[in-house]
Design a protein around this ligand. Sequence first.
Ligand code: GLY
Length: 593
Amino acid sequence: MSKLLCLRPFSLLPAVLSAIATLAITPPAPAGPPDPASYSATFEHAAVAADHPLASQAGAEILEKGGNAVDAAVAVSFALSVVRPESCGIGGGGFMVIHLQDDPRFGTLTTAINYREQCPTGIDSMYYTRPENAEEFASTRGAKAVAIPGTVAGLFYALEKYGTLKPDIVLAPAIRAAEGGFIADDHIVSSARDIGRWIDKDPILRRERFAFAWERFCARGTLKAGDRLTLPEQAQALRLLAQRGAGVFYFGEIGQAIIAAIQRDGGPMLAADLASFKVDEIRPLQVEAAGRTFHCMPPPSSGGMALAQTLGILERSPQKLTDHPRQSPASIHLLAETMKHAFADRARWLGDPAFGKVPVERLMSDEYLRQRAAVFDPTHTLATDRYGTTPGSPGEAVDDGGTSHFSVIDARGNAVACTETINLEFGSLLCVPEFGFALNNQMDDFLTRPGEANAFGLTQSRRNLPEPGKRPLSSMSPTIAISKDTGRVELIAGAAGGPRIISATLQIIINALIHRMTAADAMAAPRFHTQWMPDTLWLEDELRGGGLESGLVTLGHHTAGKCPQAAAQMILIRDRRIEAASDPRKGGRPAGY
Ligand code: GLY
């Protein structure tokens, strides 16, 4: 299966760049339906669903030791940094939504932690348009693509405020995995093959700029499933973090090594930039739909807004998803048309609210959601400019992976939904060799070259131009649903996969809560993706051909195959049992007790 993402449509990027514009969530399609036992399980007390079995086990180990969901989440994240270096890690950033149930310190509370990377001071809105930064992949590979990493600060913030265990305990499973090694699976092999092909073409990339990624993550182009990978250098970084805390990453030895790696490769980040990274704790966005309260991530996530808007519009629509068979042209049409409003608003209105007003209240208002619901035409798609805010209303005109999600629930009913990213697979490919991790390429999530789409094919407005200290817009959508009947967590979900995060998270939530599917079935069900622009409805193979696709074409959709994939993780609490499912598209497996 092709792993290409949408290229910048108006640029003359060489074909070679297509090979790097890939995501870390695109494993080979499984042949036939996957066996649910390979990617899902039921537990009585507590569970973790992550996209690597060792990461789920790291969290389950902490839960069994009496840690709460936040302790477990921090353990999972550090473990993922080791076993999914293609997807996330201490060189990246993320969002965490936390729900505490009757906590002795905080009572019942839901909060969100924003540790999305920030733009360094040396990069402004015109940076990538200047001749000295004209290298085609300046915003995707190498030191100029690196934003200030936030994962370490975010995890320590969460642990110190909402966790209960000490760093050395929660970091222990990750240190063990880094030292003892882990077995390469299809996902890392396929990611390493993609970037390896690109690195291998140029001796400068191979021997100098991305030598650590080439040697260690790609095994010089020979990595195969079943090989054992060890990361003793990252074990050393994790040990330092366990002993000395986050400061060692932002002001100490690890920080010095990060800045040295960036400066060797000609990047602008300074030690003062790294030292200035700030974690932001914020109130989640809330939406009432389908008898639940959904807690979603606010901007600079676009995913929370998109989920909240889509669920809010569906709630107000006279047409209901349940009026139609689940995978019929009519139900996919309703959901896709609703999602297009959210993606159109993403492109026009969203950015980091710390750097300009994002009209969250208006876009989430009852009146606005009703208006969007009212323009739905059950017989046809609309002209593209009719999605989202109507033309002529205040605002701007459109001027224009490597990610991992995990879900945790503990025995007390506390929950964490966490999505983390280094952006494209293995991030910028620029590694910190002394400490064995890749730095992100999150700068490409900004609007780096006005008029061009980013590596995910997303068009964006000037609200998302780079500015020192600003965080790039994200699609990450960690979500917790609380049952209105019980007041307790009913579902914890999210995904990896750039904009497909939003469509996948929505579809698994709808499958589980509206169509009442099991977590395993909700996860495995074939999915579609649309992001408003390009005006395409991508269908997974099982949805292609036959009456379903021709029905969608009749309704005006431009259907396509080779659906770019997402990898979701979900925990569903139903009838007092915990159903946990990892996405069979990536190869995770839940753990718990
Ligand atoms: N880097 C992918 C995202 O944050 O949406």
